[in-house]
Write a protein that binds this ligand. Structure first.
Ligand code: 13P
Length: 346
């Protein structure tokens, strides 16, 4: 294991005012997003869309890395430059989603376990040769009556730790993602309890597997009320509870924590990250690894004319604005005024 390389790349991913673009939607997820906007999901349309995001001028001011999907890491820009090279030339680290998805956990209705360990060593070697320098694996944890079970948390933590060890052996910084879903009517206290258990179980497994904590990043969900909770907690409470959970459960040697957006609106995701950074200083960097919260306005603009240069320009403008706003949030310098100035929303 090359500890220096892992340490350096992990630090680069959470450089001041920068975060990660998660553009690693599987074909199934990407199709869902495209269909919702009336766009046909073909390999060429998926390439076209990713090309629009990745060729956005100046995105590297706020984006340190981009997570790609297996199909995308093998695709190229309009000019024929392979995406990993295009990103690397801008100083943006290419990353790769290496899990193969969350599958039903046997004998545990309503629970999932993430697969993808078979052949992972060989795939990591190939991805490194293609230019990837970090990886992602997402575990999904649902909150419900009697859920999650201890077995679900342990099975997912075990897989995450095995994945992290294989990545580190092969020069990829592993992003470990235990996502506690927002689905349900649970309150923020219940979200705290489950998120804390998930993080404790994960770090116990990472220790047991000998993973190098200075060379990995945690990608957690925020401690937040369920989508259908009658009394949803406000921005300050989400920030306070999320930071409290992290301080109790995440070792200070972890260089960075990059949140997922998980169905929050773009504005909410920026406001929450900003509020957390204002509670600092923290032992780790707190930044973003957003998918939907970075892409939604850009996808919307692009979908209104996928071969129209005017729509491409609007999509890039929207993506740049969200990247800049989240870059500001990563420094605790986001504001409603900045939002208004860049997006025009109130
Ligand atoms: P969202 O920010 O849309 O939740 O996606 C981030 C991600 O990579 C989930 O695995």
């Amino acid at each position: 294991m090359n500890r220096n390389e892992l340490r350096q790349n992990a630090a680069a991913l959470v450089a001041d005012g920068k975060g990660i673009l998660a553009a690693d939607e599987s074909t199934g997820t990407c199709t869902k997003r495209f269909v919702a906007k009336g766009v046909e999901s073909t390999p060429e349309n998926r390439r076209n869309y990713r090309n629009v995001l990745f060729t956005t001028e100046g995105m590297e001011e706020f984006i340190s890395g981009v997570i790609l999907y297996d199909e995308t890491i093998r695709q190229a820009s309009d000019e024929g430059t392979p995406f990993p090279q295009l990103l690397a030339a801008k100083g943006v680290l290419p990353g790769i989603k290496v899990d193969t998805g969350a599958k039903d956990l046997a004998l545990h209705p309503g629970e999932k376990v993430t697969e993808g360990l078979d052949g992972l060593r060989e795939r990591c070697e190939e991805y490194y040769a293609l230019g990837a320098r970090f990886a992602k694996w997402r575990a999904v944890i649902a909150i419900g009556e009697g859920l999650p079970s201890t077995y679900c948390l342990e099975a997912n933590a075990h897989a995450l730790a095995r994945y992290a060890a294989i990545c580190q052996e092969n020069g990829l910084v592993p992003i470990v993602e235990p996502e506690v879903l927002m689905d349900g009517d649970h309150d923020i206290a219940r979200s705290y309890e489950v998120t804390a258990r998930a993080q404790q179980t994960l770090f116990r497994a990472l220790f047991d597997h000998g993973c190098f904590l200075e060379g990995l990043l945690l990608k957690p969900s925020m401690v937040i009320s369920g989508k259908n909770c009658a009394q949803r907690a406000g921005v300050e409470e989400v920030a306070r509870e999320t930071v409290r959970c992290l301080r109790n459960n995440v070792p200070a040697s972890v260089p960075g924590i990059v949140f997922l957006s998980g169905g929050q609106s773009p504005q909410e995701a920026s406001a929450h990250l900003d509020a957390m950074n204002r509670l600092g200083p923290h032992p780790w960097k707190l930044s973003f690894s957003y998918g939907r919260a970075l892409q939604e306005p850009a996808l919307d603009a692009w979908s209104k004319g996928i071969d129209d240069p005017k729509q491409k320009e609007l999509a890039q403008k929207a993506f740049y604005a969200r990247a800049k706003l989240n870059g500001a949030a990563a420094r605790g310098a986001y504001s409603a005024e900045l939002e208004k100035e860049l997006v025009g929303a109130s």
